[in-house]
Design a protein around this ligand. Sequence first.
Ligand SMILES: Nc1ncnc2c1ncn2[C@@H]1O[C@H](COP(=O)(O)OP(=O)(O)O)[C@@H](O)[C@H]1O
Length: 299
Amino acid sequence: MVAAVSRLRTMMRFGVHGLRTSWVRPMGTAARASMDVEGWREREQGPSVPVEVVHSQEVDRGVQWVFLGCPGVGKGTYASRLAKLLHVPHIAMGDLVRREILNLTPMAEQLKKIMGAGQLLPDEIIFRLLTKRLENGASEGETGFILDGFPRTVHQAEIMDEVASIDLVVNLKLREDVLISKCLGRRICSECGGNFNVASIDVDGYDSVPRILMPPLLPPPKCASKMTIRADDTEDVVRARLRIYYEESQPVEDYYRAKGLLLNFDVAGGIPETWPRLLSALNLEDKISGSHDSRKMMA
Ligand SMILES: Nc1ncnc2c1ncn2[C@@H]1O[C@H](COP(=O)(O)OP(=O)(O)O)[C@@H](O)[C@H]1O
C-alpha cells in the first residue's frame, strides 16, 4: 500500500511536470467536464521532493478490491459492510469529492457544478483526492482498501494498474427502472451522514427476470427530521449519470473481465437477502456466520 501510494504520487509529479498526458486524459468527451485546475494544482502540489518507494515488497496486506456498478445499485451499502468485515477502509470517491466541496475549497463551486450535471470530474482532481486519501491511510497503517466509484473509466483503471494490484472487482447489477427509483429514494442524514432509502420497490419479473422486492431502509427517529437529498439525485441527472456509466464505465467491466478479475453479482432484493448471497459469492460466509456483526450488517 505504501508502495502504491508512492508510485501514484510519483506519477502525479511526472504528470504535473510535463508528462501529464501519461495520466491525464484529454478533456472534452461528452462525459467529462473541463475545468480550470491551475489553482488546485498550485495549492495541492506542495514542494517537489523526490519520492522514495519505502516498501518494495508488500506482504500480509489487506484486500485491494474495486466495486463497480451503476448509480443506485448499492456499491456504498455493500462495499462499506465488506470493508468492516475485512478490516480495510471503504474509500468512496464520491464521498471524497463531496467532502472537498463541504470544505469550501477554491474549487468547490466548479466541482459542485460538474457533479450536479452528473458529469465526471477531471482525472487530475480525482487522482489528487485519491492520492491524498491513500497517503493519509498509509501513514495510519492501512494496508488495503475497497474502492467504490473508482476507477470509472478505462484510463483510470490503467493508471490504477500501474500503482496497485487489484485482487478482485465486484460488479453489482440491477435493472435500470429499479436503479432510477433507488436513486430518487436516496436520503442522507445531515447530522450523522447515514444513508437511507424511502423507495419501496416491488417490480414484477418478466421472462427469466425475477420479481424484485426491496423494502425501504427508513431512518431511525433521531435522523428522520434531518434527511437531505443529493443534488445529483434528480431524475434528469440520474438518467445522465446512467448514460455516462454506459459510455465510460461499462468498458471498465470488460477491462477487468479480460484480466479474469471480474465477479458479476445480481442485486435482486433488500439487504437481508442480498448480503448473505454476496458473502457466499465471495466465499466469505465463514467470516461471519452466527456472529453479532452478521446481524448488524444485515440491517
Ligand atoms: N472516478 C471518478 N471520476 C470522475 N468523477 C467522479 C469519480 N468518482 C466520483 N466522481 C464524481 O462524483 C459524482 C458522484 O459519485 P458517486 O457518489 O460515486 O455517485 P454514484 O452514486 O453515481 O455512483 C459523480 O457523478 C462524478 O461527478
